[in-house]
Design a protein around this ligand. Structure first.
Ligand code: 15L
Length: 268
């Protein structure tokens, strides 16, 4: 899969899409960057494509001519059902149907730890545990993983479903010290996904080599990804500035942290 002609990055105006735009250019002759929002001007090997994932015809056009997809697009946190459904349910279906019709063979799907958010932090979990979504957003990620699995079993389209932890410039509390994923580790993971000869449809936890990590990737060692970064550089600051939560507080008890205590948006 390396040396692709055109790699599509959805959600290119967002946090991770924006970060990966600058790190994945070498994987393809052209990066097609897609989002609903503004992405600035196209760089030398870039194309810009404005698209709402809920618009099936636009998604078909977005995918046409691409060999691979890195899918960061969609609703990235909890919201009302209509918003989650448009971006993460209809949007995923539209993306995979377009991928099937246009012969895309491999994708990265930015899933989330919130697909398994109600597992308790006293247990390290691997990629075989049952989903325990912690809200509508987490539920939509479970749907996305199942959809990817169906397109693998039925049509042989390969997807790396990456359950991303906390991928921002730096961790902000004791939980994200354990769930932090550096941008560089994520970029190296995506490189491996497009290099490994046979991918299949694995679930991979997107997490750096942190102290007290909650997720076990031993079943996907064949991908050849070992995170190199960790949250250690921020330990002194977090321990000094952020109070240790009570052990029964959602942020300390569940993998999904505070998301588990959120209500149903628009209804409560
Ligand atoms: C996510 O899935 C979100 O997209 C991100 O904003 C963080 O909230 C992260 O999970 C997290 O669990 O910290």
């Amino acid at each position: 899969m390396s040396g692709m002609k055109r790699l599509l990055i959805t959600g290119a105006a967002g946090n991770l899409g924006g970060q990966m735009r600058g790190r994945l250019g070498h994987l393809a002759e052209t990066l097609r960057l897609a989002d609903r929002g503004g992405m600035g001007a196209a760089g030398p090997n870039e194309e810009i494509f404005q698209c709402d994932l809920g618009d099936r015809a636009a998604v078909e056009e977005m995918v046409a001519g691409c060999d691979g997809v890195v899918h960061f697009g969609g609703q990235p946190v909890e919201d009302v059902w209509e918003v989650v459904r448009n971006a993460n349910i209809d949007g995923m279906y539209n993306l995979y149907e377009a991928s099937r019709k246009h012969g895309v063979r491999r994708l990265v799907f930015a899933s989330s730890n919130h697909a398994v958010g109600f597992h308790e932090q006293d247990r390290v979990i691997d990629n075989t545990v049952i989903p325990r979504p912690d809200g509508l957003y987490g539920l939509s990620k479970v749907f996305g993983e199942a959809l990817a699995s169906m397109y693998w079993d039925k049509f042989g389209i390969e997807t790396a479903c990456v359950r991303i932890g906390y991928s921002f410039a730096e961790p902000d509390n004791h939980r994200t010290m354990r769930t932090y994923l550096s941008f560089d580790d994520l970029a190296r993971l995506i490189e491996r996904v497009f290099k490994v000869p046979r991918l299949g449809c694995p679930i991979i936890y997107g997490v750096s080599d942190n102290e007290g990590v909650l997720w076990d990737n031993s079943k996907v060692a064949y991908i050849g990804w070992r995170p190199k970064d960790s949250s250690e550089p921020w330990r002194a600051r977090i321990e000094r500035d952020v109070e240790m939560p009570d052990k029964d507080a959602p942020v300390a008890r569940f993998h999904g942290g505070a998301f588990t205590a959120d209500g149903i948006h628009g209804e409560d």
